[in-house]
Design a protein around this ligand. Structure first.
Ligand SMILES: Nc1ncnc2c1ncn2[C@@H]1O[C@H](COP(=O)(O)OP(=O)(O)OP(=O)(O)O)[C@@H](O)[C@H]1O
Length: 225
């Protein structure tokens, strides 16, 4: 099976204020080209899990593989590079730099990776913006565009390094139904047209029902997948 992400027996404890076993033996994988969602009640551990899967949190036991490579135990520096090359991340809040233009925001993760020239990165950023139908906004200041447009810019930024998996933590949580539908359709197109894998935490049942698979969490465990 061609897995882009595989979690094996992930356990995590928060030690303060008292010991709390927040993730309990999480084992699952995401296949290439799969669009999966994670659902579960508030406090069930969804965001905590996503931060581990995206390599941002390293304080856990178990094993995490990205594209069949074990990433658990690697240094922060190595992880930063692996993350930048393989994972795109979209949050509930867009976290754009408001004083920068749209295209400058999209280019940032590629500048950080420093593998391509400025001109190549700029060309790629334009391509991503066109793909998301916001090419005309490239030179607008990020503070001057609508909420739905900001989230599309955040998606373009998440795609700039051509990741193998796109992760989202409530990416439609701040959007009205029209813009949520737009984001869902963008994700679906990315899966169908580019074979991208997606893993999205959501509280929106309508959104989740239309993904390939719902991974349901309860009390730190996967109870259905
Ligand atoms: N730094 C921390 N220290 C101690 N407990 C924490 C910490 N961060 C989160 N928790 C607890 O861990 C549990 C899981 O939190 P998490 O944010 O992963 O849940 P969630 O399913 O994403 O919730 P929501 O849907 O509300 O975002 C919650 O009970 C939360 O209070």
């Amino acid at each position: 099976m061609d897995l882009v992400l595989e979690a094996k027996h992930i356990n995590k404890h928060f030690r303060k204020p008292k010991d709390f076993h927040v993730l309990k033996d999480i084992t699952f994988g995401v296949k290439k080209g799969e669009f999966a969602s994670i659902m579960g009640k508030s406090g069930s551990g969804k965001s905590t899990l996503l931060y581990i899967l995206s390599t941002m949190d390293t304080d856990y036991t178990g094993e995490l593989y990205l594209n069949n490579t074990l990433v658990t135990g690697k240094s922060h520096r190595e992880l930063s590079r692996i993350r930048n090359m393989n994972i795109g991340f979209v949050f509930q809040f867009h976290y754009l730099l408001s004083e920068f233009s749209v295209i400058e925001n999209v280019m940032l993760p590629a500048k950080k990776l420093a593998e391509k020239t400025h001109a190549e990165i700029e060309r790629n950023a334009h391509k991503k913006l066109e793909m998301l139908h916001i090419g005309h906004l490239a030179h607008q200041k990020a503070s001057r565009i609508s909420g739905g447009e900001k989230q599309r810019v955040a998606i373009a930024r998440a795609l700039i390094n051509d990741p193998t998996i796109l992760m989202g933590d409530e990416p439609t949580g701040n959007l009205d139904s029209h813009n949520s539908e737009n984001v869902f359709n963008i994700f679906k197109d990315l899966k169908e047209e580019q074979g991208l894998s997606l893993l999205v935490v959501t509280h929106d049942e309508d959104f989740a029902k239309r993904t390939d698979r719902i991974i349901e969490m309860e009390d730190g465990m996967i109870i259905r997948s």
